[in-house]
Design a protein around this ligand. Structure first.
Ligand code: C2E
Ligand code: CA
Ligand code: CA
Length: 648
């Protein structure tokens, strides 16, 4: 009962707490009420007209005049609402006013029409009845979206009609009264149903709009950090960039990549990794100004859009501040974790000229900082653009290159420093491009890796190296560099295995060099590839050791046979106690793990003698020889033999 009463109350009042419904009602009424007043006035004037000669002047002239004036004012008022923007409160007021006015208007018009009834003949009386019955139906339809007004009008007019005409004792009018009574009941039922449907529809529309707004929010947010996501980053960039172009202001795009995040994730698990990312997001948010938009682009990569990028110096200072702040330890529960962040920044419009370019340039600057000075900021410069252009040219030439004709291998001896004998040669690729001239491998290998061409390159290179090595004296070893992608897929590894199997060179004299990054990127896959190569009897050397992030446990998991100590520890080792310590411990580590240790990049006799005191056995470097053409190898070995004979 209480519920029904509440329901009736809800139907009979303006829904103040539902602004969407108020608005929908208001819009519907602003369309329909002018029409209602038009019908009402025309019908009224016609009724006054049919009674003009028979009824008193005040009834057929003055009353209709007042009613017309009132109707015109209200009608025009509603027409004008269509062109104005109203606040929700104003709309509620307008609806309430209509609700209040409706019964009074109904009483006035009913009283006036009934007052005309006694005048004239049966025709004019029938006109009164018809006027009331039909006009009220028209009005109710027009007020359908404002239930209280519609119901009040029905109640007033139809009650008066039924009571009045039923009491006339004229059978036609009594029948009409009955008709109108039935129609009124039907109309009430339909009105209520219509209004309920209307309310439901409006509510549903509002809910759909809210949901799609929520979805839009979700689609643009990163759920882990609560920051804007990659999608929003790019859509923001797409809107902010043209804006900066129009305003003639400088905008910068920054890309942040965390250094050392992966080991944290591997060591402490994903939940700690996730918490760390969250804290990184918080820390960055705290330190950024209003004009800098932060997003998480995915993984451990964050993006910045700096809308007030002033000059290069300020950007560099900003970058350094950010990187310094990121080096401070993060406290996760009770484990303080130290990582760092590398940042690449590119500016618009002086460097980049589009959103895509700004992103690409920032990415390039990030790559430079990661490669050369991890944990620092790098600003994309004109020199970088030249490098990029050159890389573009190299990429084009590489795609077109005739791999068999343009590439060849050179070989650098690896020497046993105790016996001063060459024990192996490392094969190194050389590219003589007809368009670009000699391109060093440090340029073309990373590009070949990036464009997914390196497997196609490895096979002809390995074929050439194995062909050359097949003619070497028995027992002479060959070292061949594999790229990250060569171990990264089952198919690529399989092709390499097949090639080695079908070659004339003894696989037990072949060493394949892999880098830490290659091994760690996909450890299980690297393990699989390595074990297939080991089954053939090949050795596996870990190249450039000491420059990556690998841990001892990971190295242990790889079933290596050799370790190559990177040149950076060797240069000037006799003068550098830190390098000395590192190389000493690396040599000790190799002995412990029963791995052969090769020290790379020996350039001076002083370096070699220091290395000898540390127990170094195998070494490689310009001191012994630069890489040589295959046809020079015979002479090299003969000279070595000769020197030994002379020494005896
Ligand atoms: P890496 O494997 O560390 O090769 C050693 C590099 O150091 C070679 O440069 C070699 O010429 C150079 N080098 C040797 N001794 C000395 C020295 O005493 N001083 C100095 N300053 N440098 C020395 P290169 O031939 O330019 O090769 C560069 C890198 O390119 C290689 O580094 C290797 O990572 C990659 N690479 C070369 N050939 C191939 C290949 O066939 N396949 C793949 N995947 N990578 C290759
Ligand atoms: Ca190598
Ligand atoms: Ca190396």
């Amino acid at each position: 009962m209480k519920k029904t009463l509440l329901g009736v109350r809800a139907l009979m009042s303006v829904p103040k707490d539902n602004p969407d419904l108020v608005k929908a009602q208001y819009i519907a009424l602003s369309r329909q009420l002018p029409m209602m007043y038009f019908i009402l006035l025309i019908n009224t004037l016609m009724l006054a007209g049919t009674h003009f000669t028979v009824a008193p002047r005040w009834l057929v002239v003055y009353c209709p005049m007042i009613m017309t004036l009132f109707g015109l004012v209200r009608g025009v008022e509603w027409i004008r609402t269509r062109r104005r923007v109203r606040s929700p409160a104003q709309m509620v007021m307008a609806l309430k006013r209509t609700n209040t006015l409706a019964p009074f208007v109904a009483v006035a018009f009913t009283a006036w029409s009934l007052a005309l009834f006694p005048y004239g003949d049966s025709y004019t009386q029938a006109h009164v009845a018809f006027y009331m019955a039909i006009t009220v139906i028209g009005c109710i339809f027009c007020m359908m979206h404002l239930l209280p007004a519609a119901l009040a009008t029905t109640a007033v007019v139809n009650t008066a009609f039924v009571v009045f005409f039923a009491s006339t004792s004229i059978i036609t009018f009594i029948a009409t009264a009955l008709d109108v009574l039935l129609v009124s009941i039907a109309m009430l039922v339909i009105l209520k149903a219509q209004y309920t449907d209307f309310t439901r529809l409006v509510n549903m529309q509002a809910q759909t709009a809210r949901l799609s707004e929520e979805n839009l929010q979700l689609a643009n947010l990163d759920s882990l950090t609560g920051l804007a996501n990659r999608r929003q980053f790019f859509s923001r960039l797409d809107t902010l960039l043209p804006h900066a172009g129009e305003q003639d202001t400088r905008l910068a795009v920054g890309l942040i990549d965390l250094d050392g995040f992966k080991p944290v994730n591997d060591l402490y698990g994903h939940s700690v990794g996730d918490r760390l990312l969250y804290q990184v997001g918080q820390r960055l948010t705290e330190m950024l100004d209003q004009g800098v938009h932060l997003s998480r682009l995915g993984g451990d990569e964050f993006g910045l859009i700096i809308t007030q990028a002033l000059d290069d110096e300020q950007l560099r200072a900003f970058g350094e501040k950010l990187c310094t702040r990121m080096r401070e330890p993060f406290v996760l529960v009770d484990i303080p974790i130290q990582i760092s962040a590398s940042l690449g920044i590119a500016t618009f419009p002086d460097q980049a000229s589009s959103a895509t370019q700004a992103y690409e340039y920032a990415d390039y600057a990030l790559y430079q900082s990661k490669r050369h000075r991890p944990g620092t900021a790098c600003l994309f410069s004109a020199a970088h653009r030249q490098q990029l252009n050159r890389q573009g040219l190299t990429e084009q030439a590489l795609r077109r290159a005739d791999l068999d004709r343009e590439f060849h291998m050179v070989f650098q001896p690896i020497v046993d420093v105790r016996s001063e004998r060459t024990v192996a040669f490392e094969a190194l690729a050389r590219w003589e491009s007809p368009e670009l001239g000699n391109v060093p491998p440090s340029d073309f290998i990373p590009i070949a890796e990036r464009i997914g061409m390196v497997n196609r390159l490895t096979l002809p290179l390995l074929t050439k190296a194995l062909d050359t090595a097949a003619s070497w004296p028995a027992g002479m070893r060959l070292s061949f560099n594999l790229s990250t992608h060569d171990c990264g897929s089952e198919e690529a590894a399989q092709q390499i295995v097949e090639l080695i199997k079908s070659s004339r060179f003894d696989p037990t004299c072949l060493d394949l060099e892999i880098t830490e990054t290659a091994a760690i990127q996909d450890l299980p896959q690297a393990q699989r590839a390595i074990s297939r190569l080991r089954e053939l009897g090949c050795g596996i050397s870990l190249d450039d050791f000491g420059t990556g992030y690998s841990s001892l446990s990971q190295i242990h998991a790889l079933s290596l046979t050799k370790l190559k100590v990177d040149r950076s520890f060797v240069t000037g080792i006799q003068l550098n106690p830190a390098s000395l310590k590192i190389v000493k411990s690396l040599i000790a580590l190799c002995q412990d793990m029963q791995l052969e240790c090769i020290v790379e990049g020996v350039e001076t006799a002083a370096e070699l003698s220091t290395l000898k005191t540390l127990g170094c056995t195998w070494a490689q470097g310009y001191l012994f020889s630069k890489p040589m053409r295959p046809n020079a190898i015979g002479a090299w070995l003969e000279a070595e033999q000769l020197a030994r004979v002379q020494a005896i």
